[in-house]
Ligand binder design. Structure first.
Ligand code: BG6
Length: 518
């Protein structure tokens, strides 16, 4: 045992003590031959089996059109697992026991006969719960959500239960709509055949340990709450930076842009956890009520406010880590005169008691110098009286590093040893790896576990999705007919366009870029 650990530090408190053991369940994956299944879903389920967290017994059925047998599908998945598994090598004994529970249902999603076939497979499972505790994972295009749920309902595999008390659930992937109207339509289609409580909308950021830890950090420690408000905080910066470009996803990205791809979901989710009020309990509805309340208090922008507070950016050719990157407009499937944003920075105002007057700056972009997601809480400065010899004192800050090198850093002023009465900022650092070892489960592991357990806390409710779209739609509407300006282009490998710096400079602020930690 590490000598520095004292007994009181080992006392852990569990917030999920009440959770019942998982009941036997069957997971049916629609769109099973797609990338998501091989890269994320099967590796996540395998790791749950490795950690002995899978329900006993369990079954996994892949539903897809391509011709395959159980054996050929298992072999394909095994090959992919060797590539994508977060732990290597894959353990043969765990895989063999796990793979016996994987089956393939070859069928067309639009053909009623396929669902009869699926029903036949499910009804042949020996355990009663395997026939009734069903998780339908729609790794499909959103345009197929309505069709799949209608068919499932028609064959009796999915029953809409008033009050949501049923063991059948649907998991859906993003993008959930492309604006408010389409999200409402999707919600309408899904809730024809399932109750809202049966629908689990994924935002994989909520499956990340560090994102979940935001609530623990804020609400299990007495010191932060007293500082977490407009009295003490000057502004907040949220940066979700990626060093990859759009690569082969140009077709999708032309429709999405950074605002739909990252802001509507991941960035606003992180923001709502950082800024929400304490929920009355950690139960799903109470946490989600507070998140929606926060999203509703974000000021909706008029076109004039968008011009003032939002900056788009698009990368042109440059270098990232010494590697040449083409301009966005030269990426495959991208229009040569595209005005789609690969970067976005904005100032949001939260009109509530806690945050009135505190700007929240958020930015996200592709082809930036490094991949890092951080939240920086910038506190107000101390009065510049005692140490006025310097032009200004460095203001304290707390940085929550969400990924990679997960951790937190508190920055404050210290005296440089010696007679010169010199001050300089110093840092106190907490790192997940050094404290807990390098165990970082993939977001999908947690999300699959929670959806099998029927706990919706980490999933997005319909009103959350719709409120986030209202914020995004107001911004997108203001861009119609407005091409990017010169100050909105940036070279790949830089921290975004000059206009993003201007945005903060107007209020006397500046971006603090995440630092490389290697
Ligand atoms: C996805 C976006 O939702 O999130 C991608 O579609 C993005 O464009 C990805 O790269 C980022 O996720 P992560 O977990 O790598 O930060």
């Amino acid at each position: 045992m590490n000598d520095s650990l004292h007994l009181d530090e080992l006392l852990a408190s569990r917030s999920d003590q009440a959770r019942r053991p998982l009941e036997p369940s069957t997971v049916v994956i629609f769109g099973a031959s797609g990338d998501l299944t091989a890269r994320k879903l099967i590796p996540a389920l395998y790791h749950l089996a490795l950690e002995k967290l899978m329900p006993q017994p369990f079954k996994i059925i892949g539903f897809a059109r391509r011709e395959k047998t159980d054996e050929s599908w298992r072999a394909e998945l095994r090959e992919a697992l060797d590539k994508f598994s977060r732990t290597k090598p894959v353990k043969d004994d765990v895989w063999s026991a796990f793979a016996e529970n994987i089956h393939y249902c070859q069928a067309d999603m639009s053909d009623a006969a396929g669902y009869e076939k699926l029903k036949g497979m499910v009804s042949a499972f020996p355990h009663e719960k395997l026939r009734s505790n069903l998780l339908f994972y729609l790794a499909t295009n959103p345009s197929q959500f309505g069709e799949v749920t209608a068919h499932l309902s028609a064959v009796g595999l999915l029953q809409k239960a008033e009050g949501g008390l049923t063991s059948e659930r649907i998991v859906v992937e993003k993008p959930f709509g492309h604006d408010l109207g389409s999200a409402e339509e999707l919600n309408g289609e899904l809730t024809r055949f399932a109750h809202e409580k049966q629908i689990f909308r994924i935002d994989h950021y909520l499956g990340k340990e560090t994102v979940q830890n935001i609530l623990t950090f804020r609400f299990s420690n007495a010191i932060w709450e007293r500082l977490w408000n407009r009295e003490c905080i000057d502004h907040v910066q949220i940066t979700v930076a990626e060093k990859l470009g759009v690569g082969s996803r140009g077709g999708y990205y032309e429709e999405a842009g950074a605002i739909r791809d990252m802001v509507q979901n991941h960035v606003l989710q992180v923001l709502s956890l950082i800024a929400m009020e304490p929920p009355v309990s950690l139960q799903a509805e109470n946490v989600r009520d507070e998140k929606v309340k926060l999203l509703k208090s974000i000021r909706l922008m008029t076109p004039a406010q968008v011009a003032e507070n939002v900056v788009r950016g698009q990368y042109f050719a440059g270098e990232v880590d010494g590697e040449l990157r083409p301009a966005y407009r030269s990426e495959p499937k991208v229009k040569p005169n595209s005005n789609v944003e690969t970067f976005l920075a904005m100032r949001l105002h939260i009109d509530n008691w806690r945050w009135s007057g505190v700007p929240f700056y958020v930015r996200t972009g592709k082809n930036l110098p490094l991949s890092a997601s951080e939240v920086r809480i910038q506190f107000k400065s101390a009065p510049n009286i005692l140490f006025a010899a310097k032009d200004h004192l460095d203001a304290n800050s707390l940085t929550l590093r969400l990924q990679p090198d997960e951790g937190m850093t508190l920055r404050f002023n210290g005296k440089v040893p010696g007679g010169a009465a010199e001050l300089r900022p110093v840092r106190m650092h907490f790192s997940y790896d050094s404290e807990f070892g390098a165990y970082t489960p993939e977001a999908y592991e947690r999300l699959l576990l929670e959806s099998m357990a029927g706990d919706a806390t980490l999933f997005i409710r319909s009103d959350e999705v719709e409120t986030a779209w209202k914020i995004v739609d107001a911004i997108r509407n203001a861009w119609i007919g407005k091409p990017l300006t010169n100050r909105e282009f940036y070279a790949a490998g830089t921290w975004g366009p000059a206009a993003a710096d201007d945005l903060l400079a107007k209020s006397g602020h500046e971006w603090k870029n995440p630092q490389r930690r290697d």
